[in-house]
Design a binder for this molecule. Structure first.
Ligand SMILES: Cc1cc2nc3c(=O)[nH]c(=O)nc-3n(C[C@H](O)[C@H](O)[C@H](O)COP(=O)(O)OP(=O)(O)OC[C@H]3O[C@@H](n4cnc5c(N)ncnc54)[C@H](O)[C@@H]3O)c2cc1C
Length: 399
């Protein structure tokens, strides 16, 4: 295993009996996301480039209430306290889509309702463009409830929007939030090598980067704790047992050479390639938000796959302008860009492959859930650009 030390730029080579990926989600491949800047899917992308499978990548959860443009999360607690979403006509539009649950409808349903309002011209700007927005109205809750029960929301709104939620509604838009898919593992965090019950020796994954597949096509709120405290713990226990009997692998003298060559290539490449990969990143994020977002269809997904392949080609010419060794964040961002590009292609391809609607995956051209043909897991391989279905059954869980 080779790592770059950010503060010096030095490469370090490690060996270990077991390695666990816990690199988090990969919402940064989208323009509007609640995810942190570090959520670029480094673990899943490394595995995919080495020929490993990724599972259920078409299932990405959109949370209904992200702050307009920024995607920063306005928690469900606002709607839990009685906040309501309204369109440009002031209508409480959730009455149309979920008459009994209203604003507390599941995230996928609420996100779809919002996009329908926007695409039918009832967003606040009314331009039917997917980056239009709606209002989350908490003004009737009163300042005391907002300040005592929802202090973060008041602070976020004031800081990022200069809006006092006691006086004005908050502009919101669905925001890319949680990856249901990722590195396929069993319940002990062991990484699957394919559709059969085979595993990579000593390789583990846990947390949002992993797919134990407990969330199906749509995670319920708070349930990511399962990834962490249940399956993270199980993985830790399994590793402790495994390292007791495993041999320590050696380190080859030239182990770091491919990483060194890759970094040298990025830093010393000449020619007219995109410096920092800025325009590639922006194009990818817009493409994902527009064509692989809340609503999808064959035409948009095919275009996304095609355009992402072209962006991956352009990436081969990207240059890193900062040639310094210490704290080279330019280099870091360009390395992470490759990871998001690879995962974006797999996500778009997996979404194109699944010709039905299920959970967070909503195909306008295949609006119904189709258990007869699609009650199956999916595996995607980047190196072969190959999408596969897997039988639903998983091996029994041993405790
Ligand atoms: C705004 C927000 C609110 C949420 N609220 C809830 C909630 O209320 N309930 C709930 O159940 N879930 C919630 N979630 C989801 C939940 O927080 C995440 O699924 C969970 O935190 C993921 O944990 P993790 O440890 O897998 O990844 P993370 O917490 O993302 O941690 C990954 C870590 O890996 C590091 N890392 C990444 N790449 C590398 C690399 N190459 N080298 C070294 N380090 C690396 C990152 O810096 C980071 O520290 C929320 C998510 C967001 C974004």
């Amino acid at each position: 295993m080779v790592a770059v030390e950010l503060c010096s730029g030095q490469l370090h080579t490690f060996t270990a009996k077991a390695i666990l990926f816990a690199t988090g989600g990969f919402g940064r491949m989208y323009r509007i996301t609640s995810n942190a800047y570090a959520n670029t899917g480094d673990g899943p992308a490394i595995l995919a480039r080495r020929g490993g499978p990724l599972e259920e990548m078409e299932f990405f959860q959109f949370h209904p209430t992200g702050i307009r443009e920024l995607g920063i999360l306005i928690s469900e607690a606002v709607r839990g306290e009685g906040g309501v979403m309204r369109n440009s006509q002031g209508e409480r539009f959730m009455e149309r889509y979920a008459p009994s649950l209203l604003d507390l409808a599941p995230r996928d349903l609420a996100s779809r309702a919002m996009m329908t309002e926007i695409l039918q011209g009832r967003g606040i700007r009314g331009d039917r463009r997917i980056d239009d927005y709606l209002y989350l109205d908490a003004t009737h809750l009163g300042r005391e409830i907002l300040d005592t029960k929802l202090p973060d929301i008041s602070t976020f709104s004031k800081t990022y929007l200069d809006i006092d939620p006691a006086e004005q509604p908050i502009p919101v838009h669905p925001t890319t939030h949680y990856a249901m898919g990722g590195i396929p593992t069993d319940v002990n965090g062991r990484v699957r090598a394919g559709a059969e019950n085979t595993f990579y020796e000593g390789l583990y994954a846990a947390g949002e980067c992993a797919c134990v597949s407990v969330h199906g096509a749509n995670r319920l709120g708070t349930n990511s704790l399962l990834d962490l405290i249940v399956f993270g713990r199980r993985a830790g226990r399994h590793i402790a047992e495994y390292v007791g009997q495993a041999e320590m692998p050696g380190i080859a003298r030239d182990e770091a050479d491919p990483a060194r060559e890759k970094i040298d290539g990025l830093m010393h490449r000449s020619g007219g390639g995109d410096p920092h990969g800025t325009s590639i990143r922006e194009t990818m994020q817009n493409l994902m938000t527009e064509k692989v977002g809340v609503y999808r269809d064959e035409e948009g997904l095919s275009a996304a796959v095609r355009e992402l392949k072209e962006l991956r080609r352009q990436y081969q010419e990207v240059r890193v302008q900062d040639r310094g060794a210490a704290f080279n964040f330019d280099l870091l961002e360009v390395l992470e860009l490759q990871n998001t590009l690879d995962l974006a292609l797999i996500t778009a391809g997996s979404a194109k492959n699944r010709q039905e609607s299920r959970g967070a995956h909503s195909r306008e051209d295949h609006p119904e859930r189709d258990d007869e043909n699609w009650l199956s897991h999916s595996l995607a391989y980047l190196t072969r650009l190959f999408w596969d279905r897997r039988p639903l059954s998983r091996p029994p869980v041993s405790t």
